[in-house]
Design a protein around this ligand. Sequence first.
Ligand SMILES: C[S@@+](CC[C@H](N)C(=O)[O-])C[C@H]1O[C@@H](n2cnc3c(N)ncnc32)[C@H](O)[C@@H]1O
Length: 269
Amino acid sequence: VPSVDALWPKVQSFTFKGCGVVLGDDQDYLLEPRLGPLTREFGHRSIAELVDAACTSLPSSPVARAVIDAMTTHESLFFRDLQFWRAFEEIVIPRVLESARGRKLRVWSAACSHGQEAYSLAILLAEKWPAVDTEILGTDVSLPAVERARVGLYTALEVNRGLSASRLVQHFQKEPGGFRLRKELRDRITWSVHNLLGSNSDFSGCDVVMCRNVLIYFSDRDRKTTLARIEASVRPEGFIAVGGTETTPRASIAPGWYTKQSAQRAGSL
Ligand SMILES: C[S@@+](CC[C@H](N)C(=O)[O-])C[C@H]1O[C@@H](n2cnc3c(N)ncnc32)[C@H](O)[C@@H]1O
């Protein structure tokens, strides 16, 4: 059995190749809490054996997917960053609606984790613009995350972070295990597995793309190429959102937001 010293670089390289997430040399304390439970679940005798199985299996195999899922952070919440959502409501949507002139809107929540961001979007649109026809896409590299998002069931703790009592009553129903988004809202979102390191050809022509709190985990190089690909999938008058701490050289119009036009002026396209 290889020592932890040999094992951690293997996990780092597997995760980096699989999804671009850079794990630090000093983060090997994550091995046991993240991969210990999976080792037992997949019937392996050691973490080393589990990692070996993941490295020698297809990226789409359950064990490879489970290791990527376990090594990435899925922290998310409803209406994360209120200033960001206020700007979405007061600036972004009105401007998008003006340029769309009645055609269907297309909004993509990339790296959506367990779906809170896409559902926040659907909630806001249902409340403020119920008549606007909007296609909402939610994607993540993690299949378990996408499956959870699709089910739309959250614990009391999760819904208490970011949702008002009236929103909870209006948009969720109580079910065993927690609170579930009502079917009308769940049906408005199309979920799929998508790796930001790959092609975005299925996601062209978006009015808005949200790609928040994922680029921070990428290398400089992957961050740049990912942003350029995201910008290419946005319409000329469209908007791009990154996380509050993910500064970009593009001029920002509000916390987390910039436009495709400002990206073009900055010469990144
Ligand atoms: C911290 S969560 C952010 C969730 C949400 N965007 C938010 O801001 O609340 C980061 C998510 O990025 C996903 N992720 C990591 N690498 C990815 C990649 N290469 N392509 C797509 N998603 C990725 C992870 O699976 C995780 O669910």
